[in-house]
Write a new protein. Structure first.
Lengths: 202, 194
């Protein structure tokens, strides 16, 4: 019987060698040169949601990199809103997320949706970082002070002060229709978001 | 004696694990000029036009670059999420046009793009946005990207395919190229095409 245990142990050891919990691969754009800080593998999720699908989205007013103030309620009755929380500027996956959204304004338009990008970084940092992405068509908002207040109100503020990588879809009535608190180490496939926007359209 | 047997079993299993682990866990290096490509399995294009262009009309599942019907293949590692790839897209399209409009090059040099970490939907979004005329294929799980040493994007690889089916990397470089004509003459020169 003991030999059986040895074999199980050995197979487990071999499996760990074959499938190690390795570093993520990043298709990182050369646009950032060597300025992106390598965070390594992070705990996939590190917060507890305070909102749910079907509940009213907590309102907020934040300052955008462009200088204007943006409130969630200003889109009430006018636009569906997609909030893209990303953990932090100058980190691997985040740097490879919003530039993709930047080439699909037409898809957001087709679904009568606006995108709001939010991080807990301050405006100067967001300014430098988003400058590498080209001219973004959507507002980038700073949830820096009080630190992470908006992220905390949605329950996506992590214990280290960054936010989760989360997508939240809010309809024109201000109701939450979709929440994806994604594994922080991975980028959410764009088609998942489009599918949710399609649902609102119907 | 029994203890010895157990230890032996343990060692054999771990050694087997080590042997098989090498290709799965080791991230590759960027392809070196003069060397060969890693054994990259690329998803077969769905579009019949793309299949015909690559000369892969009868294949299923996946293919490898040396199977492409061409003397030289230019591979672009890109991403829908990469600002430089977006900026470069119209220039890369000009490169394709430059090849297709030149009777001496058409059919001999083919191009493909591999979307690092991009799903099929994402590469098709990029293709539509920039009217990319050559096949763009997904690498959603970064498997190919890892085999290629996790290069930053855009990254260009030139591959010469010999009549006997063997191949050789003739160009391997990160970043935007200096003008279509110059890049094309470099590829022609390195491949010995003319």
């Amino acid at each position: 019987m003991k030999i059986f245990h040895y074999i199980v142990f050995s197979l487990t050891a071999a499996a760990l060698i074959i499938f190690p919990c390795g570093q993520m691969a990043y298709g990182l754009s050369d646009a950032y040169k060597n300025n992106v800080y390598q965070t390594g593998q992070l705990k996939p999720k590190d917060s507890v949601l305070k909102v749910k699908v079907g509940s009213k989205a907590p309102d907020f007013t934040l300052k955008a990199v462009s200088g204007e103030k943006v409130s969630l309620k200003q889109f009430r009755g006018k636009k569906n809103v997609v909030i893209s929380f990303v953990p932090a500027a100058w980190t691997p996956v985040c740097s490879d997320q919003w530039p993709g959204y930047n080439i699909v304004k037409d898809i957001f338009d087709q679904h009568d949706a606006i995108l709001l990008g939010i991080t807990v970084d301050n405006i100067p940092t967001l300014f430098s970082w988003t400058n590498q992405m080209g001219n973004l068509w959507f507002p980038v908002l700073s949830d820096f002070w009080p630190h992470g207040k908006v992220a905390a109100s949605y329950g996506v503020l992590r214990s280290d002060g960054t936010s989760e990588r989360a997508l939240i879809v809010i309809d024109k009535k201000g109701m939450i229709r979709y929440i994806d608190v994604h594994d922080i180490n991975k980028r959410p496939p764009f088609e998942d978001l489009v599918r949710e926007l399609e649902k609102i359209k119907k | 004696m029994k203890k010895m047997q157990k230890i032996l079993v343990l060692m054999v299993v771990i050694m087997t694990g080590l042997v098989f682990s090498v290709p799965a866990s080791a991230a590759g290096m960027p392809p070196a000029v003069g060397g060969q490509l890693p054994d990259m399995k690329i998803a077969m294009p769905r579009d019949s036009g793309d299949k015909a262009y690559l000369g892969l009309s009868f294949g299923f599942g996946s293919f490898r670059i040396p199977q492409i019907k061409a003397k030289v293949v230019i591979v672009e590692i890109f991403s829908m999420y990469c600002p430089y790839c977006q900026k470069e897209a119209p220039i890369v399209n000009q490169l394709y046009a430059g090849i297709e409009q030149n009777p001496a090059l058409k059919g001999k040099i083919k191009m493909i793009g591999i979307g690092a970490g991009n799903s099929l939907y994402e590469v098709e979004t990029f293709k539509k946005r920039y009217n990319v005329p050559f096949p763009l294929l997904p690498d959603g799980d970064y498997v190919i990207h890892r085999q290629l040493g996790e290069v930053r994007t855009p990254y260009f690889i030139g591959v010469k395919i010999n009549p006997d089916g063997s191949h050789q990397v003739i160009y391997s470089r990160l970043g935007a190229f200096d003008g279509v004509d110059q890049f094309l003459s470099t590829i022609i020169k390195l491949s010995g095409l003319q």
